[in-house]
Design a protein around this ligand. Sequence first.
Ligand code: FAD
Length: 413
Amino acid sequence: DLFHSVVIVGGGAGGIAVAASLKARKPDLDIAVIDPADIHYYQPGWTMVGGGVFAPAGTARTMASLIPKGVHWIKAAVAAFEPERKTVILEGCRTVRYDRLVVAPGLKLDWAGIEGLAETLGRNGVTSNYRYDLAPYTWDLVRNLRSGRAVFTQPPMPIKCAGAPQKAMYLSADHWLRQGRLKDIAVELYNAGPVLFGVKEYVPALMEYVRRYEAGLHFQHTLVRIDGPAKRAWFSRKSEDGGSETVERAFDMIHVVPPQRAPDFIHASPLADGAGWVEVDSASLRHVRLPGIYALGDACNTPNAKTAAAARKQAPVVAHNLLVDMGHLRGPEVSYDGYGSCPLTVERGKILLAEFGYGGKLMPSFPAWLIDGTKPSHMAWLLKERMLPPIYWKAMLKGREWLAKPQAVDKAA
Ligand code: FAD
């Protein structure tokens, strides 16, 4: 029976960042991170891998190299929670007790949720930037396609990095345009949702690119089945009268973004809300019902954009509030404002830097003369290509918070 003062479930973007933030505030705190994975991935880099900009290896590091010094790593998967006994149960039935718990296991990509997908992924022109081993295949397909139809799909929300499905489309179409092939390639986006992007300020600039690439937009279309060898895909489309019909489409290449859900062991746990996500207060990130439990990252039910950028702002909030709660820091509490960011790669060399908080409130990090997020910007591309990876590895995962200082909440206000 193991015990650690603070136990963190998941060593991804949120888990490592919060471990580092806790250590930065209280170096002698007894912390354990539980994660079965050998490799930690910088997933925001995968769009760039699929666009032929980054080499895949640069987006992966060993977990061992990222666990902060002095933090214990329990290399196992969590299977269940027993909050009343302050215990997590590992696969194989070992248990770990804690004083405070932080939950950050990310979300589940439901590849099996689309009939026929799992058996054809990585072959027959079927790819996805949502997997490390497949993002390079996207770039292979893009480079080799001369003519035909290229289909890009987006599942129902919520998903991580909601811009990623269309980022893949723009970077691919831009390559074909520059190669003089776009006139022979039909580009189509099939989106389960009703709009191109959920924050309306960014839509006009995106629509200019849709027109430039002559991309066909199909809303309320959800991918349900795929036949790789036959190169066909089926979508269920909501009709006006509330019913649905099936639409069949042939493709030469298809970039699929899978449906996404809360991990099963979270969904089935007492931590979950009705939809399966960890139920936390959207400002303090503390569990709304269970004392001593915090969560951050994609697994939370907070209505922010599920991004590493959000986890970067959430980690110091969790670290601070948890230490106040333990009596190691003096109050007041700090709160998370819902910040998330989605750098939309609209062409090679230009990005539309969407940054927004709860309620779709725009939250630009830069003055408009430097980067105006509603306009395509080369400066924003340089930020994504050159700055954000080192900010991730060297600042966010090391507890250096110069871009993520949390705000104290004024309870009186
Ligand atoms: P993750 O980083 O996914 O980590 C979860 C960790 O939990 C993993 O290490 C996993 O092994 C572990 N785990 C899972 N189950 C268990 C278990 N049972 N027990 C213990 N550990 C477990 N974000 C941006 O900010 N900008 C972008 O441009 C961007 N682009 C993206 C593009 C793509 C293609 C993808 C896939 C994502 C993108 N994101 C982007 C989103 C970003 O990667 C995620 O939001 C972020 O990684 C979430 O962090 P997390 O810690 O919640 O989950």
